[in-house]
Design a protein around this ligand. Structure first.
Ligand code: UDP
Length: 240
């Protein structure tokens, strides 16, 4: 763990207490210095999963920065009377890094999501971020990761975006981050959103930090996940 920011502990996970702007500024410095960096963007589900899976908890402890991805984490820290300054989501961080990477002509590797999704992702990237160098792009449904890791090793990208969902993305990063001294970040379903395959919640829901609820209510696959939130809040309360 790099020690640039104070942290607040929620059920054993140490979240950085800072703003989006300061966090991005720090990351861009780390990237410019070719520091090997691992970012976890953690929501309540990840915290609950780590709470019951010691190996995964250890993997997250090895990350350099764990960001509060969602209002549930902010609520948890308020309950602990140690409120974090703001949400730092995987998707917002992804967009900020793409913009900066484009401005600075950096290179990025994209790993994850379905083959159809990454075809469209590539179109969006070349159109919106023409100066960003695409070091490589690969879908997230592979049997053998060796050729992909070799690609990353050969191309030495500044940014490695891994969108395999948790815990896969963090496990892969922890195992292979040593092959490239860039920034490695797990960003869940972000490729689906940027490619237009998953539509973000309408503005009202976003503004009220209810995007998670919107998605849970409109996507049957996610409905079950909503139940983990009350469990999480209860557990945080008990831990106080
Ligand atoms: N995914 C993948 N490989 C897998 C499983 C999932 O590339 O073996 C992708 C999936 O297509 C989706 C992303 O991982 O684009 C994240 O999925 P989800 O939205 O369920 O994760 P979350 O954002 O909740 O972590």
């Amino acid at each position: 763990m790099k020690s640039h920011f104070p942290v607040v502990n929620v059920l054993g996970v140490s979240f950085i207490n800072t703003t989006n702007a300061k966090f991005i500024h720090q990351l861009t410095q780390d990237i410019d210095e070719r520091k090997n960096t691992f970012v976890v963007t953690a929501n309540p589900e990840i915290v609950m999963y780590a709470d019951s899976h010691p190996d995964y908890a250890a993997t997250i402890k090895d990350a350099d920065y764990v960001t509060p991805d969602g209002i549930g984490i902010i609520k948890g820290t308020q309950m602990l009377n140690q409120p974090l300054q703001e949400r730092i989501t995987g998707y917002d961080t992804f967009l900020s890094l793409l913009k900066w990477g484009n401005d600075q002509h950096k290179s990025a590797y994209f790993l994850g999501a379905k083959p159809k999704v990454i075809l469209d992702l590539k179109k969006v990237l070349t159109k919106t971020y023409p100066n960003l160098v695409i070091a490589g792009i690969h879908d997230g449904y592979f049997d053998n990761e060796a050729p992909i890791i070799n690609d990353i090793k050969e191309s030495q990208p500044d940014l490695v975006f891994v969108a395999l969902g948790f815990p896969k993305q963090e496990n892969l990063i922890a195992k292979y981050r040593h092959v490239n001294n860039g920034l490695w970040i797990g960003i869940g379903g972000s490729f689906d959103v940027l490619s237009g395959h998953v539509i973000r919640a309408p503005k009202f829901w976003q503004d009220h930090h209810l995007e998670w609820l919107y998605r849970g209510l409109t996507d049957p696959k996610r409905a079950k996940r909503l139940l983990s939130l009350p469990k999480y809040l209860l557990k945080v309360k008990k831990s106080k």
